[in-house]
Design a protein around this ligand. Structure first.
Ligand code: TXA
Ligand code: MG
Length: 338
């Protein structure tokens, strides 16, 4: 089926309209504070299947579900450790997804065949209103085509999903810009499966027992345990060959000048503009700014037909680690230390 995809402003009438479409088993693009999601009723297998088709997503890559009240966690998960409640009180609503044992109400189609489900309570008011109006959790992966950079505006969703979905609710630009932090629990330990705005340092305020999974910064080999299916897929890859360069801006410029070829670009900090004589895009100065701009810039490189993109590495602490993790995947783990 080919849809005449509508971009709806997020007024109350359109929120009701979007909720009705979702309750009818259709899928809708919705804003969240991290990235736009491609939403469906998480309990409706047929609806959820449409998400996998629209994205071209492998069926074993589980979807996370979105709720709009902490107590709803018990509708969809069981054996919830006390630590999970502590985390929820501290970080929800917000960019944190917790992987917990799933109840049967969540079909295996949603969980990619796993007996666990990732749950998140987003802070975006429009997302909350849509979930509440639906009266059921919404499964929503990022609303990009599988393998493309995540969408941080309604236009990005339109670029990828035009004709494939009936509607996108426009809630403005996403404030965080990178996807949520995904964690699982092992006894008293929190394991970070995907870094996000909520950092290891933030979680340490709740518990000292936090580990960042090896898959966050390393390519997982076939013989290793894959704790989150998302780790094994190539992600966020623009058409260009992305290479991360670590070192001073002076060394960065020297390297790019030496290796300059047609359709080569740099991605640099705003403050370093004057130092570069080759074409570039900037991605802010702070890690927060990098997070909010990174996917927009990776999409922009596609539009301008970049063939090679040298990225000046962000810091690797706080949300900077999330930015670095996305860039590593965009670069297929190609990093050059200068
Ligand atoms: O911020 C976000 O999390 C956005 C917005 C829309 O909420 N959603 C999002 O969903 O990024 P998605 O599907 O693009 O990424 C979810 C990641 C995937 O890498 C998936 O493999 C992992 O979380 N994941 C989901 N459920 C899991 C589970 N039960 N166990 C382990 N990993 C899981
Ligand atoms: Mg995604």
């Amino acid at each position: 089926m080919i849809y005449d995809t509508q971009i709806l402003s997020d007024n109350d009438d359109n929120i009701i309209k979007a909720a009705k479409t979702l309750n009818d088993g259709e899928i809708v693009g919705i804003p969240t504070e991290t990235v736009y999601g491609l939403a469906a009723d998480a309990t409706n297998e047929e609806a959820v299947k449409k998400i996998f088709i629209a994205k071209g997503r492998p069926q074993d890559n589980p979807l996370i579900i979105h709720i709009a009240d902490i107590s709803d966690i018990e509708k969809y998960a069981y054996d919830i450790p006390p630590l999970a409640y502590k985390m929820a009180e501290e970080f929800w609503p917000g960019p944190l997804t917790m992987v917990l044992p799933k109840k049967d109400i969540i079909p295996l189609t949603t969980s990619g065949g796993l007996d666990t489900v990732g749950i998140r309570f987003p802070s975006h008011k429009t997302a909350q209103k849509i979930i509440k109006a639906c009266g059921v959790a919404l499964a929503a992966p990022s609303a990009n085509l599988s393998g493309k950079p995540s969408p941080t505006s309604a236009m990005h969703v339109f670029d990828d999903m035009k004709g494939k979905i009936p509607a996108i609710v426009d809630g403005g630009r996403c404030s965080v810009g990178v996807e949520s932090t995904v964690v699982s629990f092992e006894n008293d330990t929190v394991r970070i499966l995907r870094p996000g705005y909520i950092s290891e340092e933030d979680i340490k305020k709740i518990t000292e027992n936090v580990i960042t999974d090896k898959g966050v910064l390393n390519k997982i080999t076939d013989s290793e345990i894959i704790r989150s299916p998302g780790m094994k897929y190539k992600h966020y890859s623009p058409k260009a060959n992305v290479i991360i360069l670590e070192g001073s801006i002076e060394k960065f410029c020297d390297y790019v000048n030496e290796h300059y070829a047609e359709k080569t670009y740099g991605m640099i900090f705003d403050k370093d503009k004057e130092k570069c004589s080759f074409p570039y895009l900037t991605y802010g100065n702070t890690s927060e700014e990098h997070a909010s701009l990174i996917f927009d810039r990776l999409r922009e490189f596609d539009k301008i037909g970049a063939q090679t993109v040298y990225v000046h590495s962000p810091e690797k602490n706080g949300v900077g680690l999330a930015v670095y993790n996305r860039l590593l995947r965009a670069a297929g783990f190609e990093v050059i230390i200068l």
